[in-house]
Design a protein around this ligand. Structure first.
Ligand code: CNA
Length: 259
């Protein structure tokens, strides 16, 4: 995309935001790549290195749980210090200015919260990897607690102190049930919005990828900001195939600026 095309896309997005009564952002792993966290499906992404461990395998096998926690701590060593990028900062600003109503995210990295987005304006569809829960009783466990037991046992995944259930990061794995309340909130927001902005998602992971379709069918304008094509591009009102940080950087100043 040329400089001129990028500027034109930013102008259109600014107009859409100014005209919207209820705008919702829908974010994916692409938002956090500029923060140093790899996505799943870009070349060299996490998918190509480590196939995710399905939920039923995690529950059934101690070895799978050990491996899941080994990977988790290896990932934290590599990306745990990541801080919000330009896209996160722009979205936080649009929310603070009342230009965005909410953010629905597939991300589990906690960077929306780190950029100042309040829980009330955020729907985490796939949970959060910055803490853990017991799969049986739901008790929350901090990562330091898990790590100390993991290291002391020579790499064994720990069990819950309260009920001896398996402890897992508070994320939704493949094959695990989606969180009911979050799905309902995302559904309501998608149906009620008049602008739905997809940012950094390949839109292939369902049911999350169904929300842009729900919003579009309910009459919202659809914007897709992603460096690669998606299956939804044809139905979008604006497709911006560029780096997310470059596209959203001017919005760090708010919508009115540069208008
Ligand atoms: P994905 O399938 O990896 O797609 C990411 C998309 O973003 C790809 O189409 C890329 O082309 C695009 N992209 C990457 N970087 C940029 C960039 N800088 N500018 C523009 N486009 C970019 O990821 P999805 O979110 O669609 O898939 C859903 C999975 C990925 C969810 O279950 C997440 O939990 C999971 N995931 C999350 C994280 C995270 O929390 N940061 C990281 C890796 C995977």
């Amino acid at each position: 995309m040329s400089e001129r095309e990028l500027k034109a896309a930013q102008d259109t997005l600014r107009d859409f935001l100014a005209q919207a009564r209820s705008a919702v952002a829908f974010t994916g792993a692409g938002l956090s790549t500029e923060c140093g966290i790899p996505d799943f499906r870009s070349p060299g992404g996490l998918w190509t290195q480590n196939k995710p461990i399905p939920f039923d395998v995690f529950v059934a096998h101690q070895a799978a749980r050990d491996e899941a926690w080994r990977r988790k701590f290896a990932m934290d060593a590599a990306f745990g210090a990541a801080t919000p990028g330009r896209g996160h900062t722009a979205l936080a600003r649009l929310l603070a200015d009342g230009r965005l109503r909410a953010i629905i995210t597939q991300n589990i990295d906690g960077l929306h919260q780190a950029s100042g987005v309040p829980d009330a304006a955020l729907v985490e569809l796939h949970g959060n990897t910055t803490y853990a829960t017991c799969l049986d009783c739901g008790q929350r466990h901090e990562l330091d607690w898990v790590r100390s037991r993991f290291e002391a046992s020579g790499g064994k995944a720990p069990f819950c102190e309260a009920c001896e259930g398996p402890v897992k990061t508070a994320t939704i794995s493949f094959g695990q049930a989606m969180p009911v309340a979050e799905m309902a909130r995302a559904d309501k927001l998608s149906r009620a919005c008049d602008l739905f902005i997809v940012i950094g998602s390949s839109l292939v992971v369902y049911p999350a990828a169904g929300f842009p379709l729900i919003a579009k069918r309910a009459g919202a304008r659809l914007v897709i900001i992603n460096r690669e094509e998606t299956d939804f591009d044809e139905m979008a009102d604006l497709v911006v195939r560029a780096e997310i940080g470059d596209v959203l950087e001017p919005f760090i100043q708010g919508v009115a600026a540069n208008a």
